[in-house]
Design a protein around this ligand. Structure first.
Ligand code: FAD
Length: 306
């Protein structure tokens, strides 16, 4: 737990970011979790996933941008991504982060930027998922999502909820009234115990409760996890309630449990892989290390290999 917190803390630590970004062996290790620095590299990775029976969600890495100009560049990148998805014919939607569109500069700016991207996707018949970030922005993210959802359709824009947050079951109930397409995940940030369950057991229990609520809603949701216990609980619940495989999708991260991704796709489940690309890989990569201590050894081993 200490390692997890420390790594998540370091993910926001600018000093180490500079060091890591210029340290080649460390940078090389990112290729396991990041599909490339360019959109074109990610398209190649997504093509391979499609061949293996998986769809994708395209993520351009860059969070917590510091000014309106940088946020505008991110919008341009996403418009290019949506264009490339259509032109290349790959099976992929897109995932965005509101801090990437200027949420910490001005929420109205983030809303307008997100709106531009969602409008473009909707007009192309594609879908945009608004990722969920730390609890400091949970409410504003939900508020902006609701504005977007009031202007666009159920199949144009969706949101993410995190089962480690105590508020999440109530948020899911509230969002289902709209209704909304939800990705449920466990949550990847450092949160205080007042807001998030400190024990993994409670996060997991809440995950199963929310998953059951989502699957019972009749809306197409994303069950995002690599945890075999969560996956088994989903398959068991769907089987018991007569919910078909086509009614929901499993989602996993690029480079994590590829064996399980292929197995679920082969078993006929909808399997979507979240595919990040871009130069700003550092915070994303550190959160992936934090999720599994063994990943740190994986990095160290490769550092020594040179
Ligand atoms: C598609 C997708 C989208 C996501 N979007 C968001 C989001 O918007 N906001 C947010 O806060 N979080 C997001 N996450 C991250 C999520 O919150 C968790 O941090 C992450 O998925 C790990 O939780 P888990 O459910 O896999 O279970 P865990 O209990 O953490 O892990 C279960 C098992 O999965 C494997 N595993 C998990 N993570 C890794 C890893 N990094 N490397 C190698 N093996 C691993 C290990 O075998 C581990 O024992 C997303 C995750 C996915 C899959």
């Amino acid at each position: 737990m200490l390692t997890r917190s420390a790594l998540i803390y370091l993910s926001r630590h600018e000093g180490l970011k500079e060091f890591a970004a210029h340290f080649r062996p460390f940078q090389k290790m990112t290729t396991r979790f990041v599909a490339g620095e360019t959109i074109e590299e990610a398209v190649v990775a997504i093509r391979e996933l499609n061949i293996a029976g998986c769809s994708a969600s395209f993520d351009h890495l860059n969070e917590s941008v510091a000014n309106a100009e940088e946020a505008e560049k991110e919008v341009a990148e996403y418009l290019r991504i949506l264009d490339q998805i259509e032109k290349t014919g790959i099976n992929s939607n897109a995932s965005i982060k509101l801090t990437q569109f200027g949420l910490e500069v001005d929420p109205e700016l983030a809303y307008k930027n997100a709106r531009t991207v969602v409008a473009d996707a909707a007009q192309r018949g594609n879908f945009v998922r608004v990722d969920m970030e730390s609890s400091s922005v949970t409410q504003v993210t939900i508020d902006i999502f609701k504005r977007l959802r009031s202007e666009f359709g159920l199949n144009d824009v969706g949101i993410v909820l995190q089962s480690y947050l105590r508020r999440t079951y109530a948020d899911a109930q509230d969002l289902l009234k709209i209704p909304a397409r939800i990705r449920i995940c466990k949550g990847a940030y450092n949160e205080p115990p007042e807001l998030a369950f400190p024990d993994k057991k409670d996060t997991d229990e809440n995950y199963v409760r929310v998953m059951q609520l989502l699957l019972s809603s009749g809306v197409y949701h994303g069950i995002a996890t690599h945890d075999p216990k969560m996956i088994d609980a989903t398959i068991e619940f769907a089987g018991r309630e007569g919910i078909g495989k086509e009614a929901f999708e499993f989602q996993m991260l690029y480079g994590v449990r590829r064996d399980l991704q292929h197995q679920l796709a082969d078993d006929g489940y909808n399997m979507r892989v979240y595919v990040p690309c871009g130069k700003h890989w550092y915070p994303y990569f550190m959160r992936r290390l934090a999720e599994r201590p063994a990943n740190i050894w994986f990095v160290l081993k490769n550092l020594f290999k040179g």
